[in-house]
Design a protein around this ligand. Structure first.
Ligand code: GRF
Length: 192
């Protein structure tokens, strides 16, 4: 059994695809808590509907980032969390969380890192006029989208494609790739 916390700030479509994946459940993945920094985020209802506890916490309520993350660390300890999955969590993770979960925080990014890091990965690739972009799953380190890459999938950008079409294509790949990569990691750990 692997106890995970998912961190998300927005819609939560990746959250849903992980939470509803039967192969992940069969492999022992347990989503213990959703950590969310936006009280109105749609992902909160998605967790509630599935009976997953939510921990809503906002940096503005703390004097600094370290204190904010320290409170999250304390909450995660209650659930004995092994691994953190970021799924559209729109904040940089700092050393307070990283030192507690070294190489145990995983992120999904909608571009082929190291190309197009940051919060507008899809749009930046589209505007740059590249013919291929993609999705990256990687470990978190102290930089912005710089940690060791676990898996990538490339996606062509067609000449007449709109940004919206590209976004939808990328999200479709994300929804398949993130659960698949988590499953591989779980199975590899079992083999160790
Ligand atoms: C995804 O595109 C993910 O790659 C990025 O944020 C987006 C989250 O979407 N980090 P959702 O909230 O999972 O629908």
């Amino acid at each position: 059994m692997v106890k995970v916390a998912i961190f998300a700030s927005g819609t939560g479509s990746n959250f849903e695809f992980i939470a509803d994946n039967q192969a992940l459940k069969d492999a022992g993945l347990e989503i213990e808590v959703l950590v969310c920094d936006r009280p109105k985020a749609a992902v909160i209802k998605k967790a509630q509907r599935r009976g997953i506890p939510t921990f809503i916490i906002q940096p503005k309520d703390f004097e600094n980032r370290s204190h904010y993350e320290q409170v999250i660390v304390t909450e995660l300890a209650r659930y004995q969390i092994d691994t953190i999955l970021l799924a559209g969590y729109m904040r940089v993770i700092t050393s307070t969380l990283l030192s507690e979960y070294p190489m145990e925080i995983i992120n999904i990014h909608p571009a082929l890192l190291p190309l197009f890091p940051g919060i507008h990965g899809i749009e930046d690739a589209y505007k740059a006029g590249v013919s291929v972009t993609g999705v990256t799953i990687h470990y978190i380190d102290e930089g912005v989208d710089t940690g060791p890459i676990i898996a990538q999938q490339s996606i062509p950008i067609l000449p007449d494609e709109t940004l919206e079409q590209l976004e939808s294509k990328i999200h479709d790949v994300e929804h398949q790739l993130y659960p698949k990569v988590i499953l591989n990691l779980l199975n590899n750990e079992k083999g160790d």
